[in-house]
Design a protein around this ligand. Sequence first.
Ligand code: SAM
Length: 456
Amino acid sequence: MYPKSPFLRNPLVESQILKRNPAQLGELMSWLCRPPTITTYRVNMLRTTVQAFKQKLRLVLQERYPQPPQVYEVSNIPEVLCISPILLKNMDIKLKQTELQREVVVDSCCGASLLRGAHIYAPGVLAMEAGTKLGEQVLVYADLAGKCKQGTNTRYDSPDKLLLGVGTIRMQRHQIFGPSTNSCTNSEPEPLKGIAVEMLATTSGVPSIGDLSCSEALLQNLPSILCVRVLNPQFGERILDMCAAPGNKTTHIAEMMTDQGEIIALDKVPKKISVMKEKITSEGLKSIRAYAFDATKAFDPSKPAGAKHSLLEPPFGANTFDKILLDAPCSALGNRPFLIAPSNMTSSMLGSYPKVQRKLFSAAVPLLKPHGVLVYSTCTVTEAENEGIVAWVLEKFPQMRLVEATPRFGGNGLEHTGLNNEERQYLQRFNYNSTETEGIHIDTVGFFIAKFIKCG
Ligand code: SAM
């Protein structure tokens, strides 16, 4: 269904992803080019019940689809609701291709979101044919070549455009492109807002319901939700979230602790921390304190170890935290689907991530109390940032013991990466071959989770 994306022909990315497993490369690359087919929400159990939100989702889906997809729960993560894909035979897009006259073209980034259930917002639109009317159904394509100019008003013909689905026009050309093409005014164009095309169906089969995130639930990938379950925060603990923004895992930690405990959230980008603080305040969460701080410098050996007092501020002394989440900055190559090659992925970029991941880990180890738990995660698939980091930790920090990351939904770590079979089985790698767990089809993003305990 999806063309061979240029991503498949990026030798640099290929060599970094699976250094010692070239046989699996083709399958992995084609998986990365396809969208995940399940949609997951994390229900905020401090605000509502899973059953109540499930009912809300069902109503939205019933309104849109004559044969609505299933909404279901998964074992061991009670706050998760999954939505299955729609059977493609219910919405034959190929047939629509012969019926519908007009086309809308979007950029590849917007295209990737559509395939995961989003609608089209005005900034993503590149071309809309002149005369397209409000309420009209159109075919939606992605411009893979990156050659379609924003504001194009004729049919964009290119061998590199990919059919994504069918949508209904909710904004006209002048509303989408108007301010930037209006030469009568010298004022700054207003930022484009709102849904331009409401998607009805896409080739991925993921229901097009947009993002229904609200105070009661958050649209979040399953492995990200699982990550906090693996950390297993408990009432009253002191937890460090080292790389916290935008804070989706931080708020989950607070919810699991029923907002009773102490969560310190760090991120080195001040703007991200201000946005996060607003979110924490609006959600009324009291247990989180967020700081703009470089977590590689979070350990200060001159500060007293095992500080008991509250209102701690970074940097911290040794043995301060019961648990640490290190959701590391990474190359993000698990964020399927890639319709085009990741544009900024140079070899020095790829090589920089393991360096910062090691620095973050080196700061985390002394901060953890004896018997404390550290969860390391990435949303990428490269060996160097995943199994490579685990092997390095086990060698460099003999006090850190790898333990099984449970509950299990992902597959084992890769072979031939310096880890023995038992260690590989303790890890969770979300990969092209790890989509079936306990009979549940988990077709999600690429992700990696490892759990460590610090020996006393
Ligand atoms: N845990 C977050 C969540 O679930 O919402 C996502 C974290 S994202 C994978 C990685 C974050 O690390 C980015 O927000 C980035 O700004 C931050 N970051 C990168 N280097 C950092 C550093 N040295 N110290 C703290 N934060 C850092």
